[in-house]
Ligand binder design. Structure first.
Ligand code: ACO
Length: 435
């Protein structure tokens, strides 16, 4: 079979190079041979924000952003959301295959028996102010788990890695619930091993004096479905952070904390909280066109709209809209839904959004459901971090076992001063930059 190639003529030297093209990419390092002199470093690519650079080969998640397709390990997200539980999907993402009945039973047992937190965790939590953002508490507490499990640093032992993976998946909801109860001043609730993953999370959030918490099955299923939708999304900002931090062989608690920190930003997972603030600011359906006009004039962005990869309707947003109906049948409709639907209707007919291919993303409707379920907006990104931990860990494992991966270390184009003459302090002019 003939290999696809790319022929490049370097006009600086008039030399022609033939580079192999594999899976639609050329290797950036193949450009290095193009030099203007023996001392020249060689040609590099310049790609701020990695708009067109593949940093790894992966078999975990497939996205076709133009056609709005998302698949985990080859299974369409719509099929998984309809037929699987979150822990079943977690198994698929981590191990590449759907579990059979025995495997799933064992896996659920393992995760369930890692939900308990070391009592010291309470002390970390108590150190936070009552109004600390739950995402900041989550990030810090996940990082602090590295102090409880020092053996996690042995990332080269697959059995040890798997143990930390189970601990992290099991303990994320417990930490998240603890941060929520802390902000309300309520006592922490211990996990209940009779309950499934989503029900147990609801138990740790909302159990009061009743002897046994009983979750509404429709709401528990809705939460589980939302967890499935958020479990992985290939090389997004937080996952790239997980891979970059993990590439230095940092332990998985610290790498996960770093990934969660990346998720917290309003341009990434923090957008779900911002959507609710935006809907509050808009206030009513009548104000939607005025708000869109302001966005088009350059005053802010429509939060929950647009995506680096999707240039079509985010398939997760479609499933979330359907899930919202199930939730609202129990909780009553969230009045924000009307504003959101009007916003979507007007935006999808507006030239500004149409030409830029800006569609609702996963964060646009998720917050409306979470709010109807009783969550405060500050908790929304925490609800994203719980399931995304599975994706981060699957990607972390894949990175560690990929013989091509090394410590992540991009290059730069240096544009600053060179070889400046040093002046002693008494001879320096007033610059005034620190005013
Ligand atoms: N509202 C208004 N205009 C927008 C929006 C938006 N939400 N998103 C992008 N645009 C405009 C940009 O201003 C730009 O316009 P221009 O070509 O006239 O300069 C054009 O669309 C392209 O946008 P970029 O910012 O170049 O796209 P990029 O891929 O860098 O950003 C991002 C993607 C960060 C998601 C962006 O769309 C955004 O900020 N959206 C709002 C925040 C959000 O919802 N984030 C969640 C993403 S999903 C997730 O991370 C889980």
């Amino acid at each position: 079979m003939t290999q696809d190639t790319l022929k490049i003529t370097d006009s600086r030297t008039n030399l022609t190079y033939t580079l192999p093209v594999d899976k639609g990419t050329v290797r950036a390092l193949d450009l290095r041979q193009m030099k203007t002199s023996p001392n020249d470093f060689g040609l590099m690519t310049y790609d701020p924000a990695f708009m067109n650079t593949a940093s790894c080969q992966s078999t975990i998640t497939f996205i076709d952003g133009d056609r709005g397709i998302l698949e985990y390990r080859g299974y369409p997200i719509e099929v998984l959301a309809e037929h699987c539980t979150f822990l079943e999907v977690a198994y698929l993402l981590l191990f590449g295959e759907l579990p059979n009945e025995t495997e799933l039973k064992d896996w659920v047992y393992e995760i369930t028996h890692h939900t308990m937190l070391h009592e010291n965790t309470k002390k970390f939590m108590e150190g936070f102010r009552h109004d600390a953002h739950p995402m900041a508490m989550l990030v810090s507490t996940v990082a602090a788990l590295a102090t409880i499990y020092p053996e996690a640093r042995n990332i080269h032992d697959p059995a040890n890695r798997l143990l930390q993976i189970k601990r992290l998946i099991g303990k994320m909801p417990s930490i998240a619930a603890m941060s929520y109860r802390h902000s309300l001043g309520f006592p922490y609730v211990y996990p209940d091993n009779d309950l499934n993953y989503a029900e147990n999370f609801m138990n740790m959030l909302w159990k009061m004096v009743e002897p046994k918490y009983v979750a509404n099955p429709v709401l528990a299923r809705a939460l589980d479905t939302l967890f499935i939708l958020h479990a992985d999304h290939e090389q997004n900002c937080s996952t790239s952070t997980m891979r970059a931090v993990g590439s230095s062989h940092a332990d998985p608690y610290l790498a996960t904390a770093a990934a969660a920190a990346a998720l917290s930003g309003p341009l990434h997972g923090g957008a779900n909280e911002e959507v609710l603030k935006m809907l509050d600011e808009i206030g009513s359906k009548q104000n939607v066109s005025g708000y869109i006009k302001k966005v088009k004039e350059g005053h802010g962005k429509l939060m929950g709209f647009g995506h680096r990869v999707y240039k079509n309707y985010d398939p997760r947003a479609k499933i979330i809209k359907w899930t919202a109906e199930q939730v609202f049948a129990i909780t009553g409709c969230n009045p924000k839904l009307d504003i959101a639907l009007e916003l979507e209707r007007i935006a999808l007919e507006d030239d500004y959004f149409v030409t830029r291919k800006l569609y609702p993303n996963v964060d646009f409707y998720s917050g409306i459901i979470y709010q109807a379920m009783g969550f405060k907006p500050e908790m929304f990104t925490v609800l994203f971090a719980i399931p995304r931990t599975v994706g981060w860990l699957a990607q972390w494992q894949e990175m560690l076992t990929d013989p091509e991966q090394k410590i992540a270390r991009p290059r730069q184009i240096y544009t600053g001063h060179r070889s400046r003459r040093f002046l002693p302090i008494e001879k320096r002019a007033l610059v005034g930059i620190a005013d």
